[in-house]
Every structure is written in C-alpha cells, then in structure tokens.
Design a protein around this ligand. Structure first.
Ligand code: GCO
Length: 459
C-alpha cells in the first residue's frame, strides 16, 4: 500500500469552499467505454476517424478503450472508495440511436440505466453530458453539424435521454467543449470528422449553438428538476511571440476558443469578429433560440494556449508556448495563476455558478518494480491548481465543484493511449486498474475539505 500522501493544499486553503462543494471525476464515452461493436452500438465519426491512416498515434482506436462498457461497476466502486460525490460521463449518441435518429437501441439505453443506478446506489450523483464528440456516422453522412437539421436531431436525442433518465438524473450538460470539437473538427481538420473548411466551420459553430438552445428547451420540458449547463474550455490565449501579428492572432483565437459558444448561449451575441461570419447561416429568432437560461457554467482548463499569425482562412494558427516555461510530461504548460484568473474572469463575465468539470495532468507514467505509480508531478499539479481555484473562490467566484480529468487513463484522441490523464492507471492489455498515488492524494483532499459556509440553494 502506498504511503498515504498528505493533502498539500492545506485544509485551511479549502475552508473558503462552500460546505456542499462537490468533488468528482469526469470521463467521456468514446474515451473509456470500448464495446464499440457491442450491444447494437452504431458507428461514430471517431470510429471512422481512427481508421484513417495517420490520424491517431500508433493506430490506436476506441474499440476497447478501458472496457468501461463491461467494467462500469468496478469503476463506480473505485469512485466510491475514493470518496467522490459526483461523476460526469457522456452518453454515446450512436449507442442509443445507432443511426442518430429513428430506431432506438434498447440495449444501449439499458447500459446507461445500469450505470446511473450503480452510481445512485453508491451515493454518487450522475452528471450526464449529452455530447462529448462521438456524433453518429450516419448523421455525418447527412452533413453532421454543418446541416441545420442537426439542431433538431440533437433535440430529439435530448428528448430520448430526458424521458429515460430524467427521473434519476438532475444534472445535464448539453455539450462538452463545443469550441474544441468544432474548431478541430471543421476548422483545422485535426479531429473527427476531419474537415478543414471555413464555411463548414462557421455553419457547424452556429448549428451547435442552435442545438444547445433546442436541447435546453427539451430538457426543461421533459426533466423538470433538471439543473442544466454546458461545458466550455476557458484558457488564456497568449501570442507565441512578441510580434503585433501574433498578438492579433491570439486575440482572434480568444474569440473563437473562449467566447464563440458561451457568449452566444449566455450573453445572447457572438463575439464581434465572428458575428459577420455566422450571419450567412443565421435566421431570425436564432439568437433567442440559442440564448436560453441555464443553471451553471461547466469550465474545463489545463493551461494557457498560444496563437500565431497565419495567412490561413481563419486568421490565426495554433502556436507553441515559448521556451523556458514549466511543462507537464506531455509538454503542456503549467500555470496555476492563469487558472485562477480564468475562473475569476468567467465568474464576472457570465455570472453563473461554476463547476470545474475538467482539470488534470497528462503524463506517461508506468508502474514501478513493485507495481506502484508514484505520480508526484500530477499531485503537484493538482495541488497547485486546486489551490488556485480556492484563491478564485476567495476573490468572490461562485465555484461549487471540481471534477478531476480523469478517473482513468483513457483514449486521448490523436495521442491514443500514450498520454495518461487518469488518477487511476489502466493496463490496456489486461484492463487492470491501479490507483496511482494521486488517487490516494485526491481521496485525502476530499476528506480534508471541510468546506466553508453554505451558499444557499444549489442551482
Ligand atoms: C478535451 C476533452 C477531453 C480530453 C482532456 C485532455 O478537453 O480535449 O474534453 O476529452 O481528453 O481534456 O485533453
């Protein structure tokens, strides 16, 4: 048994957190479920993407992933043992509607019934994300998010989930990181469906926003106790160099990366440099349909990102961080103060309760000779970032939960299984789970988090 690490974020720093502060973990369907050909599941755009040569490191796919489809009870027990109060997961749209619409797959619905019931029986609150990037391939064949009908497809999918799970699930997130899957999937072409086209990018941006608003209406009407939000990445956008061109590119990247979706969904307008570009796809009443009242802001954050000048159609390119900064084992910058500032800024801009629904450390750790994983760098990262979150609370940000990314090492998109984000190690050959030192540290932190004064009614 590994030495039980003391929570270095002193309990006194956590005293600013509300007494009902929620500690949890997050995952996503394509990254952990596996069972890609089981139980009637249909193809997703990521099944297709992984089969395109050169797309994924090592030719890895999500076919087996963490085999959560079969091992979900074991994984829920892990969370219970670690003292987690909540679990954010996503439903694989093609597992419940194999062609994205029409014929329902009862076996797929049954899987999430079992998962939700296992969580509730273990005293863990299910947080259900409707979409974490695995669009049914059959809908992509109809244009996917570039097709304005996608808002209706998504609303019908939301209705199916609300009717089936609304009696047991209160927390619903419409989308995970829309700016990432739209920019990387339709702007840069790096992620599924691998399109790099300016027009497709802005059509997808607007239709995903429309789909969000349509789903909020459906959830409100079919799951009356629903507490609804959306999950957005919020990261400071910095220039790769001191050139004025890179500064302009970073400012433009900020509008696309941080504001294209929350500004439309919460403030009721697109950022200035995007409004004209989406105008072609906007119809009267669209903004009112997009901007529907929600209950909380889901915030994902790892590190600042960098923009640089380019002649490419979007006017910015993905830049590198300058040398000489601290980085994780997979090269991501470490900058806890930027997290604090992002939380404080988000609280002021959107004036919603905030739940941190992703934050974590990407590494490459392997078990030592005794089979232990002493991931000290992950503990240091989590300690620094949770401390920064507490500082943001002390500055007045209404932050009500923290969900570590991730419970398990999992399929990290283009990096396959090479980048490990779990506090629990997964041996992908045997599917054995090994809690890392960070898991025990996180459990100790949860116990130490006495929390401060109540904050009134939860949203
Ligand atoms: C994202 C996704 C997660 C990632 C995690 C680490 O932000 O890309 O929400 O699916 O796995 O953020 O990159």
């Amino acid at each position: 048994m590994q030495a039980r690490p003391q929570a270095r974020t002193g309990a006194n720093r956590l005293a600013v957190l509300p007494h009902d502060f929620i500690w949890g973990a997050s995952t996503s369907s394509y990254q952990i479920e596996g069972g890609a050909r089981e139980g009637g599941r249909g193809m997703s755009i990521w099944d297709t993407h992984c089969r395109e040569t050169g797309r994924i490191s090592g030719g890895h796919t999500g076919d087996a992933a963490c085999d959560h489809y079969h091992r979900y009870a074991e994984d829920v027990e892990l969370m219970r043992r670690l003292g987690m109060r909540a679990y954010r997961f996503s439903v694989a749209w093609p597992r419940v509607l194999p062609r994205g619409m029409g014929k329902i797959n009862e076996t797929g619905l049954d899987f999430y019934d079992r998962l939700i019931d296992e969580l509730l029986d273990s005293g863990i609150e299910p947080w259900l994300c409707l979409y974490h990037w695995d669009l049914p391939q059959a809908l992509d064949d109809l244009g996917g998010w570039t097709n304005r009908d996608s808002a209706g497809w998504f609303a019908d999918y939301a209705a199916l989930l609300a009717r089936r799970y609304g009696d047991r699930v209160r927390r619903f997130a419409t989308f995970n990181e829309p700016s990432v899957f739209v920019l990387f999937g339709y702007g840069f072409g790096w992620n599924a469906p691998g399109v790099a086209d300016r027009s497709a990018y802005f059509r997808a941006m607007h239709h995903v926003n429309l789909a969000h608003g349509r789903a909020v209406d459906v959830l409100r009407s079919l799951a009356p106790s629903a507490s609804i939000g959306a999950i957005h990445n919020r990261q400071k956008c910095l220039p790769s160099s001191s050139s004025p061109e890179d500064a302009h590119a970073a400012a433009l990247l900020d509008q696309h990366w941080n504001r294209a979706f929350p500004d439309a969904q919460i403030l009721g307008h697109y950022p200035p440099d995007l409004a004209e570009a989406v105008e072609s796809w906007t119809r009267p009443g669209d903004i009112a349909q997009i901007c529907r009242p929600i209950d909380w802001f889901g915030l994902n954050h790892y590190a600042p990102i960098y923009g640089k000048a380019t002649v490419a159609p979007l006017g910015f390119a993905w830049g590198d961080a300058p040398g000489g900064i601290e980085r994780t084992d997979i090269g991501w910058p470490i900058h806890a103060a930027a997290f604090r500032d992002e939380l404080a800024g988000t609280a002021v801009r959107y004036r919603l309760p905030i739940y941190v629904l992703e934050n974590g450390y990407g590494g490459r750790e392997q078990p030592d000779a005794e089979g232990r994983i002493d991931d000290r760098r992950r503990i240091d990262y989590l300690d620094a970032y949770i401390g920064a979150m507490a500082e943001a609370v002390a500055l007045g940000a209404d932050i009500r939960g923290y969900f570590v990314w991730s419970l398990l090492d999992n399929f990290e998109w283009g990096s396959g299984y090479n980048h490990r984000f779990g506090i629990v190690y997964v041996d992908f050959d045997s599917q054995r789970r090994i809690p890392k030192a960070s898991a025990e540290w996180y459990a100790a932190l949860i116990r130490a988090s006495a929390g401060g004064p109540p904050r009134g009614e939860e949203p």
